[in-house]
Design a protein around this ligand. Sequence first.
Ligand code: ADP
Ligand code: ADP
Length: 225
Amino acid sequence: MLAVDNLGVRYGNLTALDGVSLSVAPDEIVTVVGANGAGKSTLMRAVLGLVQINSGTISFDGQDITRLPTFKIARKGIALVPEGRGPLRQLSVRENLVLGAFSRAWDAATKADFEAVLDRFPALRPRLAQTAGTLSGGEQQMLVIGRALMSRPKLMLLDEPSLGLAPLIVAQVFATIEAVRGMGVAVVVVEQNAHAALKLADRAYVIENGRIVLEGSNLLGDKRV
Ligand code: ADP
Ligand code: ADP
């Protein structure tokens, strides 16, 4: 579904990504783990056309998206949940979800997706009228993921969704990510929190200094149950 091939990105004379290749199949949860500064955000941003690509190609559903503008990439069905950006805190939970559908008409299909998101994330339903800022950290992350689902993506990219959350909340957020896959959406989750991410993912890549140094489906050595 997503194929990144030999991607190179430089910021001035700093090489942020050096020959990075990665693939994601439909319905798959893939994780990219690596230390701060390894190039994880750059990789996510490059897929969405948010940074200039110096070499290599990115294709999605068999189409070359390497030099498309971000809005066209988003329209093909890729949603990015950026790091540390929560919901709009002054707006209600309902308004936040509706905003996620900004590029769509508010028609029967969109309303059905709204209901489907609330069915998947039942904690949000009784809070629809509340302002988003009154939700717990885990619920806010759930709301941001729900908002991204309202654009009906085929692939969701999540940049460090567990950052700054307590371990119990991280488990909730990762359960939320499982639920996203349950809706037929493929997921790439980028994490410094390697252990939790490796347990969640079907397949993992390890990135170091802008290069993929390891790829595998059982990097923890203990089979998923
Ligand atoms: P990660 O997400 O793994 O923390 P990043 O992709 O943010 O890594 O950064 C990779 C490298 O590129 C780091 O050395 C970072 O400082 C640098 N970098 C990131 N964004 C920019 C930018 N806009 N301009 C210059 N350097 C950047
Ligand atoms: P992350 O940890 O996800 O990589 P950062 O905090 O490093 O995020 O980056 C936040 C923003 O600052 C991004 O837009 C990134 O491109 C930019 N940035 C990161 N490092 C640098 C840098 N060395 N010089 C300029 N901009 C940077």
